[in-house]
Design a protein around this ligand. Structure first.
Ligand code: 10E
Ligand code: SF4
Length: 316
């Protein structure tokens, strides 16, 4: 039987960003240096496949530092941690390695700098997300106000409307964030912010790439995990930019083939924490059912790389 024809539009860039790549390498290096088990506080990046692979190599994933013994090294995830976490590790004289993405650390520094200048901080982010908890946790509890939507901006209570600054989570929707920043600037014209926002290059590029493939395709599949904020944003961007069917899939086995019946083209991308191996698995699943033509749609070339420390040491 002949297979139906299908065009796969492969968004580029997609998948691993420099911060994810670095964080995974840090865990691998730590296991190499100290042997197993090495503890990791929170999923190093939000991807089950990555976490399971590192677990097999000797990583033990926990949510809180309390779950780690004093005498084994612990790594903090790429999303960043509140200041209290390294402080607690130091108090217990633990060996720890911070795998926070340098672009998240940059936001931490920004928040502290503004606070030192006497400004009250507002963070645009998703409540309960580890990056938001980590960034807000750079300052004492209650010092950073969280806004998630433009509607929140209308009700947020500040100390002095003229002494404010804002930072953002790195993985937000670029378009939604523009609206929230506009609402902040309208209500607090003297608020100080980053040059654009703190959304990182990888988030921006992956969303741009989706905007270019979504209108061409009958469906969009985003390879990524349900707890991956940047991956979920890619689904939303696809849906808002002309793709009627936009879905997150962790693995090829999650593809809903019934929902795809009759389609002639599918756009595929992957969140910043999703390995390319899983993208290939999805493409292979399509090849098994369709006569596939792959078209790569590249909207940016990424050259960002973050150095992995050559020797892992706990910070002084
Ligand atoms: O949920 P997120 O998108 O923040 O995390 P992820 O692990 O899926 O992707 C990497 C992004 C990080 C570490 C936050 N900037
Ligand atoms: Fe860093 Fe951006 Fe990747 Fe987050 S998504 S780890 S901020 S490069």
């Amino acid at each position: 039987m002949t297979k139906p024809a299908l065009t796969l539009y492969l968004a580029a860039p997609r998948g691993f960003c420099a911060g994810v790549d670095r964080a995974i390498k840090i865990v691998e290096m730590a296991i190499g240096k100290w042997g197993a088990p090495v503890y990791v506080r929170h999923e190093i990046v939000h991807n089950k496949f990555v976490v399971d692979s590192l677990r097999e190599k000797g990583a033990v994933f926990v949510e809180e530092l309390d779950e780690c013994p004093d005498d084994r090294p612990v790594i903090f995830s790429a999303h960043g941690v509140p200041k209290s976490v390294p402080a607690a590790a130091e108090a217990r004289e633990m060996i720890y390695v911070d795998a926070t993405c340098p672009l998240v650390s940059k936001v931490h520094i920004e928040a502290q700098r503004h606070a030192e200048a006497g400004l009250q901080m507002i963070m645009i982010g998703h409540k309960g997300h580890p990056e938001t908890i980590g960034t807000m946790g750079q300052l004492p509890e209650g010092e950073v106000l969280l806004v998630e939507t433009a509607a929140d901006v209308a009700t947020v209570e500040v100390r002095d409307p003229d002494r404010l600054a804002y930072v953002t989570q790195t993985t937000l929707s670029v378009d939604d964030t523009k609206g929230i920043v506009a609402a902040l600037v309208e209500r607090f014209p003297n608020i100080i912010g980053p040059h654009k926002e703190d959304i990182c290059y990888a988030t921006t590029n992956r969303q741009e790439a989706v905007k270019s493939v979504a209108p061409k395709a009958d469906a969009l599949l985003v390879v990524g995990a349900p707890n991956s904020s940047n991956s979920r944003r890619l689904v939303e961007v696809g849906a808002k930019n002309g793709c009627d069917y936009a879905q997150l899939v962790q693995r090829a086995e999650n593809i809903d083939w019934r929902a795809l019946e009759g389609i002639r083209s599918v756009a595929i991308t992957a969140g910043a924490s999703a390995p390319e191996l899983l993208v290939n698995e999805v493409i292979d699943a399509f090849r098994a059912r369709y006569d596939v033509t792959v078209e790569v749609v590249e909207t940016a070339v990424e050259t960002v790389e973050f150095k992995v420390p050559r020797v892992l040491r706990q910070p002084a």
